[in-house]
Design a protein around this ligand. Structure first.
Ligand code: GLN
Length: 499
């Protein structure tokens, strides 16, 4: 079992080919082997010291139930369907008693006092948090090079970026360290690294997952997401984490008929035949769309057509303004959210004893990295009295239009198909000095966050240089089950074809 999945790991536990402890030990071993290589991935910033102890507890619980008979074990697994399965956690999600730094110096020394709801629900279901995954500082970036703790490398080719901002989680899954991992999305931070690393990555509907315990970046856009090697690796954790949470008023229960199935059933041939798919012209014909990415995207369209789905090129001109609107809104919200890091309430403090102003300035100047500072400055600028009408209000107007037009589109079309990123992964260091080039990596992803809808990165092929390329299966709010079912059919079809 080299690259194990959630379902194959559960099967191995059932067959007793592995214990929970062995599974977790295997993950730790994979991490340690990687440390010995010339260019370690830097996917995890920390492996939790008690992961093995937690795993042993899972084994004991399992053994106790088994001793009482098969029914007791069945009941236990119904309550704890992820018993003993390790997973990676992006460093901006709270795990009680553990460090949380958002890959920033400003949060050094901070310990999360409680579990994020998504973590609590996974832990209640028996899953074992393995450790903290690297990311861009405060989730701001598209390559995981803006981490204060060094970049994460792409497991497919270590001279390339893993993508960001949840690059550590993507690399941890792609390199087989964990069967699934949590990331977060504000504008593409799960889908983009999933695309660069060749794994599945879901950005769920806004509100499907509670944001309680997740460090805020752009609160009206933020949402946790899941990485997996197969659609099933996403479906089960998603089902467990989803639904209304008392601590997050924007969270929602899944509407009837949209429940997430696990294992996820592949979409039936008859259903493919009735799919009406929209391909936004603004993306298909985008300047800067890499030729090989376009070629792979073409092949995915053919695959759908062969199954009888209809595909139409649709014009959505407002999408051309999505990047501009996203960056104005995300940075405004970030500037306000990050004001809480003042050296008093959280983490690091630089106090020369010269009063509060000096303390704030010293702490923030030393604690935040260049990209975070750039965003705080831009965010405060566009929110200032003088300019908010020109920038913030107009960006909100664009957002409202995107939301309206995307919702209207989904009345006619079942889903949107488009590349996840205009290019495959780029070389480490290639874009760090050029923020605009970095921002443009998100040009196909941000409309999903702005419209609060759902989208899944699906590994679709590799370039001649062997780099993975992903496409998005995007759908209306609460279409996760359907998107995963489409992906399951794609995944089984492809893996069958390979044999
Ligand atoms: N790359 C985008 C940004 O830097 C998206 C980040 C994210 O989704 N967290 O804002």
């Amino acid at each position: 079992m080299k690259q194990y999945t959630v379902l194959s790991a559960l099967q191995a536990l059932e067959n007793k080919t592995y214990t929970c402890e062995e599974l977790v030990a295997k993950s730790i071993d994979c991490f340690e082997q990687d440390l010995k290589t010339d260019a370690p991935l830097n996917a995890f910033l920390e492996i939790y010291a008690d992961a093995l102890v937690q795993a042993r507890r899972c084994d004991e619980e399992r053994d106790r139930a088994l001793a009482q008979g098969p029914d007791a074990l069945k009941n236990l697994l119904a309550k704890k369907p992820l018993l003993g399965i390790p997973f990676g956690v992006k460093d901006n999600i709270s795990v009680r008693g553990k460090s949380l730094t958002c890959a920033s110096h400003i949060l050094e020394g901070y310990t999360a006092p409680y579990n994020a709801t998504v973590i609590q629900r996974l832990v209640d279901a028996g899953a074992v948090p393995l450790g903290r995954c690297n990311q861009d500082e405060f989730a701001m970036g598209s390559s995981t090079e803006y981490s204060a703790y060094g970049p994460t490398r792409n497991p497919i080719n270590r001279t390339y970026v893993a993508g960001g901002s949840s690059g550590g989680s993507a690399a941890a899954v792609a390199s087989g360290m964990v069967p699934f991992a949590l990331g977060t999305e504000t504008g593409g931070s799960v889908r983009l690294p999933a695309s660069y690393c060749g794994v599945y990555g879901l950005k769920p509907t806004y509100g499907l997952l509670s944001r309680w315990g997740i460090t805020a970046f752009g609160s009206s856009l933020d949402q946790a997401g899941v990485f997996g090697v197969t659609p099933d690796d996403i479906a089960l954790p998603l089902r467990i984490m989803s639904g209304k949470d008392f601590y997050d008023d924007t969270s929602e229960d899944i509407p009837a008929g949209c429940e997430i199935n696990s294992p996820c059933p592949p979409l039936a041939d008859t259903e493919f035949a009735s799919l009406k798919i929209a391909v936004p012209r603004q993306f298909a014909e985008a300047k800067g769309l890499d030729e090989e990415v376009a070629g792979i995207f073409e092949k995915v369209q053919t695959w759908f057509k062969e199954r009888g789905s209809s595909i139409e090129l649709v014009d959505i001109p407002v999408l051309d303004a999505s990047i501009a609107s996203y960056y104005v809104i995300a940075l405004s919200e970030a500037a306000s959210n990050l004001s809480r890091f003042d050296g008093i309430r959280y983490g690091n403090r630089k106090d020369r004893g010269e009063g509060y102003d000096d303390l704030f300035i010293q702490t923030r100047s030393e604690g935040f990295g260049a990209e975070v500072k750039r965003r705080i400055i831009i965010g405060n600028y566009v929110l200032s009295d003088q300019f908010s009408g020109t920038y913030y209000k107009r960006a909100m107007g664009v957002r409202a239009r995107i939301q309206r037009e995307i919702a209207a589109l989904y009345k006619t079309y079942s889903c949107i198909l488009c590349p996840t990123c205009p290019t495959p992964a780029f070389k480490l260091g290639q874009k760090t000095e050029d923020p605009m080039a970095m921002y443009l990596s998100d040009m196909f992803t941000v409309f999903v966050n702005l419209s609060r809808t759902a989208s899944l990165n699906v590994p679709a092929g590799t370039t001649s240089a062997g780099l993975p390329v992903g496409v998005q299966f995007a759908g209306p709010m609460f279409s996760e089950n359907r998107l995963l079912s489409m992906a399951k059919a794609w995944h089984t079809g492809r893996n069958g074809e390979k044999k």
